[in-house]
Ligand binder design. Structure first.
Ligand SMILES: NC(=O)c1ccc[n+]([C@@H]2O[C@H](COP(=O)([O-])OP(=O)(O)OC[C@H]3O[C@@H](n4cnc5c(N)ncnc54)[C@H](O)[C@@H]3O)[C@@H](O)[C@H]2O)c1
Length: 268
């Protein structure tokens, strides 16, 4: 198995690099930012998501691409202008380069913000319908749609991981539901890389949290069994400040509350 890890210099990318070191024939690490020297079984390559040819070259000889590169939040200012290059143009380039390079499988780092305006009690199957809470969330809907289209039209295997909140530990009430620990994140990616053939799937990337919003039984085919539970921090966190009124009903929390002038009572 030869894996290309895009965004290898980032927070999640670094954890995957460390957690899966030595597991595959090749782990090619790619980022626009500098990377530390390659270890055994590793290669490093400087790549910009805006460079389609460079991306395709980085994918030569690769079986599976793990895409963890891009803008990972809703930027405080000029959100659309900042999200557009890496998360829209770059994600088009990701899938097109994968097609050109004959890649078999792509893991796409989506986000639960692709569906953040769903209410917390919404059944998981319904949350698969996009309901983004930000331009960032819209970019993740775009990435999931690109993955679906490239799976249907070009036969790529694509797994969209709707990652919750990746942290060492949860730090607010909502994260008691959406947290994913570093070791569970690495395990989810390992399962995605190694699972038997599939077509397309969107799954939530979340630890085994008691308060989770999501029934993650859709990940059964991956064999992912999370080990961590945010509940270990519940007493401490629930003794702290409550969530804002416009954040508390929605899965996306603060991303929904930011700039919110909608009708909190409206249900559709
Ligand atoms: N961290 C979370 O809680 C979380 C939650 C949901 C989804 N995600 C998604 O997971 C992925 C990784 O998140 P992270 O927290 O590790 O982010 P990060 O910012 O730490 O890492 C992203 C990496 O992408 C690289 N990058 C940015 N633009 C690039 C470009 N044009 N070309 C090549 N590389 C580029 C950066 O240099 C960086 O190393 C992102 O797609 C993010 O949206 C993260």
């Amino acid at each position: 198995m030869r894996v290309l890890l895009l965004g290898a210099a980032g927070g999640i990318g670094s954890a995957i690099r460390e957690g899966l070191a030595g597991r595959y024939t090749l782990m090619r690490l790619a980022d626009i930012a500098p990377l530390s020297a390659p270890g055994q079984g590793e290669e490093t390559v400087r790549v910009d998501l805006l460079d389609l040819d460079g991306l395709a070259a980085a994918m030569a000889g690769i079986d599976c691409v793990v895409h963890m590169a891009g803008v990972p939040v809703e930027p405080e200012t000029n959100a659309w202008e900042q999200v557009l290059p890496a998360n829209i143009v770059g994600v088009h380039n990701l899938f097109e380069a994968a097609r050109l390079a004959g890649i078999k499988r792509v893991l796409f780092a989506s986000s639960h913000h692709a569906a953040g305006f769903h209410r917390r009690e919404t059944p998981t199957a319904e949350t698969l319908v996009p309901r983004p809470d930000s331009y960032y969330g819209v970019s993740k809907v775009f990435g999931e749609a690109m993955g679906r289209m490239y799976a249907d039209k070009f036969g790529l295997q694509v797994l969209s991981l709707r990652i919750g909140a990746y942290r060492e530990r949860p730090s607010d009430p909502r994260q008691l539901a959406v947290w994913i620990s570093p070791r569970d994140m690495v395990e989810l990616v390992r399962c995605g890389v190694e699972a038997p053939d599939f077509g397309y799937a969107t799954v939530y990337g979340v630890s085994a949290n008691t308060r989770t919003f999501w029934d993650n039984s859709a990940v059964a085919f991956l064999g992912y069994q999370p080990r961590d539970n945010a509940e270990a921090w519940a007493a401490e966190i629930m003794a702290g400040p409550p969530e804002a009124p416009a954040a508390a009903p929605f899965q996306g929390g603060g991303y929904c509350a930011k700039g919110f002038v909608g009708d909190l009572g409206r249900v559709d």
